[in-house]
Design a protein around this ligand. Structure first.
Ligand SMILES: Nc1ncnc2c1ncn2[C@@H]1O[C@H](COP(=O)(O)OP(=O)(O)OP(=O)(O)O)[C@@H](O)[C@H]1O
Ligand SMILES: [Mg+2]
Length: 347
């Protein structure tokens, strides 16, 4: 069983759309797949064609409820199985109560992960989890369970801050669990005709390297129509370009993790409490002062950014409010052709 969670704290970037249609693509490829709605907004539940009737059936809330209500029920009651290879655990707004009741509890982030260890779930080749637009308790449960995290990015409101927080959370998860899920990014609602989109895509490529999937999900009214009709794109219009996008994205993801082991995530940090803006520029990002290369300020006055880099040797510098500085924490430096000094990393 492989667990893939779809996460991004930014609302409306396409998490639900990607979760539903990736799960549908996997089932089309012949894999028995379980989709779990982990968002109290229950958008995946509607997109799969179910309405919210909390009292009538079990929902993902029951996964958490059993931890404080002391209820017992057969695990299979969670699952709707009216599609042959695409089973589903719905949500409703009660799910937000889980956060209130369990948020502070020790081990609360591992509840979903522990539930999925039940032998009942062994029948599924893939489990896809849709999560809400925050890094709260529910998203943490989704990320804690995940072997892989997919981050859809909506280019029109592109935010690199979200990416850094996501890496931070995966770093914390690694400290706790000893394993770090693979994180892949996919551009959604992509329109390559605009210069803005192309520039942001270049930024994203610089920053994310091979973890940015090459397949882009184009903007399409068919996607909206399918969701409105409670159908996956493959049920609604299997021949449309969006079905092709989701099919391509899914098959790219399935092969991606196997070939990307020579890439490491590197964190660049600079302590500069008084600075207004800090960039890291280097061989790995074309020395370009763009939004993708800007560091985020942490609470203690340290600035930080993460980059996925291929093994190799790179020169870099920080640009602090338009003043160049080498990395004071990194003793490895080399003279450059301008007669000043660059910091150097090699790994
Ligand atoms: N590629 C696309 N083309 C056209 N419409 C899209 C596309 N992707 C998503 N949408 C539409 O954009 C809206 C937001 O998408 P979606 O619900 O998947 O985002 P989300 O990240 O799950 O939102 P939330 O953060 O609220 O959970 C929906 O109406 C959806 O149908
Ligand atoms: Mg959603």
């Amino acid at each position: 069983m492989r667990i893939i969670s779809v996460a991004n704290q930014k609302g409306g970037c396409g998490k639900t759309t990607v979760a539903v249609n990736m799960a549908a693509a996997l089932s089309r490829l012949g894999s028995k797949t379980l989709l779990i709605d982990m968002d109290p907004q229950a958008h995946a539940t509607y997109a799969m064609g179910y309405t919210e009737r909390s009292s009538e059936r079990r929902t993902s809330y029951d996964i958490f409820r059993s931890h404080f209500d002391n209820i017992q029920f057969p695990t299979e009651e969670l699952v709707i199985n009216d599609r042959e290879l695409l089973h589903f655990i719905p949500a409703n707004m009660m799910l937000s109560a889980a956060e209130i009741n369990l948020g502070g509890m020790n081990g609360a982030a591992a509840i979903l992960s522990n539930t999925l260890k039940d032998p009942f779930f062994d029948q599924y080749e893939y489990v896809i989890i849709d999560s809400p637009p925050s890094f709260g308790f529910l998203t943490l449960n989704a990320m804690y369970s995940a072997d892989t995290i997919i981050v859809p990015m909506d280019l029109s409101y592109f935010s690199f801050n979200g990416i850094n927080s996501l890496y931070r959370v995966t770093g914390l998860l690694e400290e706790e669990t000893g394993r770090r899920p693979g994180v892949f990014f996919v551009l959604n609602i992509y329109d390559q005709r605009t210069r803005f989109a192309r520039q942001l895509e270049t930024d994203a490529k610089n920053k994310l390297g091979p973890y940015l999937l090459e397949t882009r999900i184009r903007g399409s009214v068919r996607i909206k129509e399918a969701a409105k009709n409670g159908k996956t794109i493959f049920e609604y219009d299997p021949k449309c370009s969006s079905a092709l996008d989701f099919y391509n994205m899914t098959s790219e993801l399935l092969t991606a993790e196997k070939i990307r082991h020579d890439i490491l995530m590197k964190e660049f940090m600079l302590h500069a409490p008084k600075a207004g803006k800090v960039y890291v520029l280097g061989d790995f990002n074309g020395w370009e002062k763009t939004e993708a290369n800007r560091l985020n300020k942490l609470e203690n006055g340290t600035w930080s950014a993460h980059f996925n880099l291929k093994r190799g040797k790179y020169r870099y510098k920080f640009l602090v409010d338009d003043n160049w500085t080498y990395d004071p924490e990194n003793p490895k430096r080399e003279q450059n052709i301008f007669g000043t000094v660059d910091s150097v990393i090699e790994f």
